[in-house]
Design a protein around this ligand. Sequence first.
Ligand code: ZN
Ligand code: ZN
Length: 360
Amino acid sequence: MHTQRINALREKLAELALDHLLVTQPDNIFYLSGFTGTTAAILLSPDAPGRFITDFRYHERAAANISGLPLEIADSALRPLPDVVASLLPDSRRSRVGIEAGHMSQLSFSQLAALANIEPVPTVKLVENLRLRKDAAEIALIREAVAMGEAVFAHVLSRIARDTTEREIALEIEFQARRLGAEGMSFPPIVASGDHASRPHAGYTDRRIVPAAPLTIDMGVRLSNYCSDMTRTVFIGDCPQQWRAVYNTVREAKELASAALRPGLRGCEVDKVAREHIAGAGHAEHFGHGLGHGVGIAIHEDPRLLWSYDGVLEAGNVTSCEPGIYLPGEGGVRIEDMLLLTDGGCENLNSLPTDLQVIG
Ligand code: ZN
Ligand code: ZN
């Protein structure tokens, strides 16, 4: 699996006439090697084994990760990465070394460029583009993460009472996720009650849950280094008519977009399906974020379901679908599931219902 990924990348190097590619983005390093430590880089070559650059703290772990892969350990001896890379390349000429322009700092880039035997060449999303299409092993891990996220959510929802605070719910989410075996959260949970729910990325506070107002919970677990992401908006005690109408519009928008989602469409075209439905209900200006984002090793990755994303969707993509309507000062509703693109359409990876729920 990792060898296949490395070989796919090596072919790219040859196409781009690069002597090497220096991978420094941690998620990309994990994708290529399974390594999860904090300090490593991979220097790939088109034809020779690549070098896995790390230091004493990670020698054993890295050796286990790269066993059987076309990679060899190179000890950094805790020197700056540009110096380590220079020491691994011939002195006799300037090697064209692709760097990850979206990740490497300007400082590191200029340090590399100042070395006599390196010509750094910016590259964009070489590994990320491989990550777009999840393979069977990744899809299995994502399914497990989604199932765990739903188990956490269902447990937490059953414990919400009228005097519960946003913070208590967020802590319970984190506790349950860790108890069930997650490495952590995909992101800090969002627990937003009442007018807080009009802020898409609200976080949480010490507020007690506001009755008869939206309570939006957006959460995901990180399991085997893959993320889940889901949102439900529920109501405590009662759901006023105004919110019932908003809720139904959001739910319909999600269903319409999910029904439309299939390989061959551009991300912006799917976004438009949900956006037009919400605009038709008079809420055009109340849906200011994209419809969805890729989910995998990173919680937010390509492809995007977004008005500005032209990329064409393909089978094996995993995206969120999360329309929302936000009324400033009043509250908001968002519903989010994760979808797997299949040959003919898509599969909803979530199974918790999206029916309007009034609890307590
Ligand atoms: Zn989310
Ligand atoms: Zn999301």
